[in-house]
Design a protein around this ligand. Structure first.
Ligand code: BG6
Length: 473
């Protein structure tokens, strides 16, 4: 059994990491705009440092990013040249509702995305749209405290009703929240949360979690009502935790860490809060803000498919000292059997097959790999060419394991979109130099460069992979 004929090959981006045009055509400010490059980025992302406006002492990479706002047609043409069947992108909430709590949308913002979707249709590319990718209007943070406030559910409902209606027939695949479990690790990015002095942070995070889960279920309901052809997915920052060894304490720790990740998509996929979570929250004295009717909404509106990002597996160890490895926000124990990227992210292609099987065993719903890739420094040679053999090796190894999960294990898989198919701003570090793309963009970490697009060696490699439906890696 090979990959399906209509397998959705493509690439993925997020509005705040590529669009720029932060103040154009009525767009409002979002949390992601005011996150700077440099040492303050991390405390801000974690919700530990309040920073809700621009100042003169920082550089804000999302303001211009790779200026896809003005280059999108050229970029889509390059994606089409590679043979993309799908393109994962996100909407900037503040283009459509600049403050987030208006009744009427901003027509210029709606029109912008409509043009993109129509161009995708013309090129035979199926859009896969993330409704919020770490994205929250600043006004909703200042006025309501972000997702800690239940009113956010109404504002989100207004957003989704607007976009499902407007883009009916143009978009069929939607993801409600990017990496929803990231809320627990980077609450400013995941939920627009800035902690107040002395508050119970875990309690705040789980209040926000319930609100996002409710909003996600309502979005699923509305999407299906507006167009039965709509397919809604949840989105998990995945990567199985392996126990460091067979010490039962390490095995138990790996199980606990995996459950912490699955908490959100257990609810989105199965429709109820898992017992392990209810017990643990009870022990910690944390209360979910469940109101009458909420549990029915969660139960009746589960997702159609499970999407996830995979960069690496992780290791759990509680016995003795351990070396740490880096990762997107998650810090984990280093796996002595794996090599690491220049940013210290460990490389584990087989872990993708393992993770796919874990998720499929758990939910038996179709999967969609919507992020995977290698962040690396690319240096153009004297001819201006980028021979990114390291990226090709990474992707080929992961795609090979992905195919085994489908062909040998029978996992249902809708598609694969590699992360950052065009170089864009790193979510974790704010750097441009951490590049994932098949297409090089001439821009550096502090905003210098012509923004010129150049195909890398991997561009032609991926084109061949798609043309052969993954047979020629
Ligand atoms: C995922 C995010 O966590 O990882 C993306 O959904 C992000 O937004 C990607 O860019 C890679 O992480 P980073 O920090 O290398 O950009």
């Amino acid at each position: 059994m090979a990959l399906k004929k209509d397998f959705l090959w493509g690439g993925a981006t997020a509005a705040n990491q590529c669009e720029g045009g932060y103040n154009l055509d009525g767009r409002g400010l979002a949390n992601v705009d005011v996150v700077p490059h440099g040492k303050d980025r991390f405390p801000i992302i974690l919700g530990e440092m309040k920073h809700l406006d621009f100042d003169d002492t920082h550089f804000y990479p999302a303001k211009e990013a790779i200026d896809m706002y003005h280059h999108w047609k050229e970029d889509l043409a390059l994606f089409a040249e590679m043979g993309f069947k799908t393109y994962r992108m996100s909407l900037a909430w503040t283009r459509i509702f600049p403050n987030g709590d208006e009744n009427e949308p901003n027509e210029a913002g709606l029109a912008f995305y409509e043009e993109i979707f129509k161009e995708c249709q013309r090129l035979g590319i199926e859009p896969l749209v993330t409704i919020t990718h770490f994205d929250c209007p600043i006004h909703l943070i200042k006025e309501y405290g972000g997702w800690r406030n239940r009113k956010m559910v109404d504002f989100y409902e207004n957003l989704v009703r607007t976009i499902f209606t407007r883009y009916k027939g143009l978009v069929h695949y939607w993801l409600t929240f990017n990496e929803i479990n990231m809320l627990l690790h980077a609450p400013f990015m995941g939920a627009g949360i800035v902690f107040e002095e002395g508050e119970n942070k875990e309690q705040v995070k789980y209040i926000a979690a319930h609100h996002e889960l409710l909003a996600s279920a309502l979005a699923t309901k509305i999407a299906h009502e507006i167009d039965p052809e709509n397919k809604i997915g949840c989105m998990l920052a995945a990567g199985d935790f392996y126990p460091y060894d067979c010490h039962p304490d390490n095995v138990a720790e790996a199980q606990a860490k995996n459950r912490e990740n699955f908490f959100f998509i257990d609810v989105q996929s199965r429709g109820n809060y898992p017992n392990y979570a209810l017990k643990s929250l009870e022990r910690q004295g944390i209360k979910l803000p469940i109101e009458t009717g909420d549990l029915e909404i969660l139960a009746e509106n589960t997702v159609d498919f499970i999407s996830f990002s995979y960069y690496s597996s992780r290791v759990a160890k509680v016995t003795g000292e351990s070396e740490k490895s880096a990762g997107n926000i998650f810090e984990a124990v280093s796996n002595p059997y794996l090599e690491s990227s220049e940013w210290g992210w460990q490389i584990d292609p087989k872990g993708l097959r393992i993770t796919m099987n874990t998720i499929y065993d758990r939910y038996q719903k179709p999967l969609f790999i919507v992020e995977n890739g290698l962040g690396a420094v690319d240096t153009p040679d004297e001819k201006g060419e980028i021979n990114d053999n390291y990226r090709i090796a990474y992707l080929a190894a992961h795609i090979a394991e992905m195919k085994k999960a489908v062909e040998l294990d029978g996992v249902e898989l809708l598609g694969y979109t590699s992360w950052g198919c065009i170089d864009l701003v790193s979510a974790g570090t704010g750097e441009m130099s951490k590049r994932y793309g098949f297409i090089y963009v001439d821009r550096d970490d502090v905003g210098n460069g012509s923004l010129k697009r150049t195909a890398k060696k991997s561009f032609y490699w991926y084109k061949k992979v798609i043309a052969t439906n993954g047979e020629d890696l």
